[in-house]
Design a protein around this ligand. Structure first.
Ligand code: IPM
Ligand code: MG
Length: 369
């Protein structure tokens, strides 16, 4: 049995806690099977932390996150906290974690599961076998650039400012992650910006190309404007292997790519920092879907994105490829067996609750192990 690994659970708001509970069940299953034992601690984030402590992330929770081997994050936000001042919004908790842990590389796979082809709004032949990896820069760009703010002008009008800013090292480190991933996949990277109108885009294109020419000649690199990329994702998504792009474009394009697969409820993500001297990266794993307040607490949410995020944790943080594959196969098998939460339900399949989807996953794990 491998040594204990420290995981911090941050379930957050809305459906976060209920989808994460299903991961807890899979971890118990692994524990019973003596596959691995995790030390799990739990903290509050987002609205849950606001209610308890008046801030979306406490210093204690941040310190716990910094010390853990990996963080599993649920979701944040909801109508209850919508009208708070900007700096107290639940989302600030997540953004602060990303920034303070320096999780600069956000991996968002968009994978189409065969049994779910009918759940996409696109024609089956366009998306069958789709397997894209979007690498989104996560700690820079317009999300964090200074100056930012809203000022009152003498004439009584107001002026809002955000700053899009990138430096050479910020671009190169995220591009490096994309090239490394491409080498283990199909060897292609599409770098996405708007070099036709933005100076950060010009720099981005230039630096990605330079890194490629110096260190990654074996990868086929192409460049694409972000607006065209949005269009190409819907027109012919299978042309892509790895897409690397900035924080804001990555936010938009990853939602677009997510919908190709039929449901946000299926998509995991990993946010990774730079490796330290022992090769360990700080890491946070989260389902791409949000807190879905409309269905929270109703045992209706799809836990598969959270389970697949846990599988990414096993793969990227703990190098447990076999166990990651086991969880991923259990998800495949459950879908093949015809069970669906309401977000991915189609005619001829059984609509099940979050808990029953969890039961099904455990049964499939029993069969596979
Ligand atoms: C995401 C989300 C976040 C973002 C929000 C919740 C701050 O949309 O992870 O894609 O914009 O980064
Ligand atoms: Mg988003």
């Amino acid at each position: 049995m491998a040594a204990n690994k420290k995981i911090l659970f941050l379930p957050g708001d809305g459906i976060g806690p209920e989808v994460m509970r299903q991961v807890g069940r899979v971890i118990d299953w692994m524990d019973r099977r003596r596959i691995v034992t995790f030390d799990i601690s739990e903290g509050l984030v987002g609205g849950a932390a606001l209610d308890a402590h008046g801030v979306p992330l406490t210093e204690d929770t941040l310190a716990l996150a910094q010390q853990s081997d990996a963080v599993l994050f649920g979701a944040v936000g909801g109508p209850k906290w919508d009208n708070l001042p900007f700096n107290l919004k639940p989302e600030r908790g997540l953004l602060r974690l990303r920034k303070e842990m320096e999780l600069f590389a956000n991996l968002r796979p968009a994978l189409v599961f065969d049994p779910l082809i009918g759940a996409s709004t696109l024609r089956p032949e366009v998306i069958q076998g789709l397997d894209i990896m979007i690498v989104r820069e996560l700690t820079g760009g317009v999300y964090f650039g200074e100056p930012r703010g809203i000022e009152n002008l003498p004439d009584g009008t107001r002026r809002g400012v955000d700053t899009q800013v990138y430096t050479t090292p910020e671009i190169r480190r995220v591009a490096g992650v994309a090239f490394e991933l491409a080498l283990k996949r199909h060897g292609r990277v599409t770098s996405v910006e708007k070099a036709n109108v933005m100076m950060t885009g010009v720099l981005w294109r230039d630096e990605v190309q330079k890194l490629h020419d110096a260190d990654y000649k074996d990868v086929a690199l192409s460049h694409m404007y972000a607006d065209n990329c949005a269009m190409q994702l819907v027109r012919n998504p299978k042309q892509f292997d790895v897409i690397v792009t900035d924080n804001l474009f990555g936010d938009l394009l990853s939602d677009c790519a997510a919908m190709l697969t039929g449901s946000l409820g299926m998509l995991p993500s990993a946010s990774l920092g730079a490796p330290d001297s022992s090769g360990r990266r700080k890491a946070l794993y989260e389902p791409v879907h949000g807190s879905a307040p409309d269905i929270a607490g109703k045992d209706m949410a799809n836990p598969l994105a959270c389970l697949l995020s846990f599988a990414m944790m096993l793969r990227y943080s703990f190098d447990m490829k076999e166990e990651a594959g086991l969880v991923e196969r259990a998800v495949q098998e459950a879908l093949k067996g015809g069970v669906r939460t309401s977000d991915i339900q189609q005619a001829g399949t059984a609509r099940v609750s979050t808990t029953v989807m969890g039961d099904t996953i455990l049964r499939e794990l029993d069969k596979l192990a």
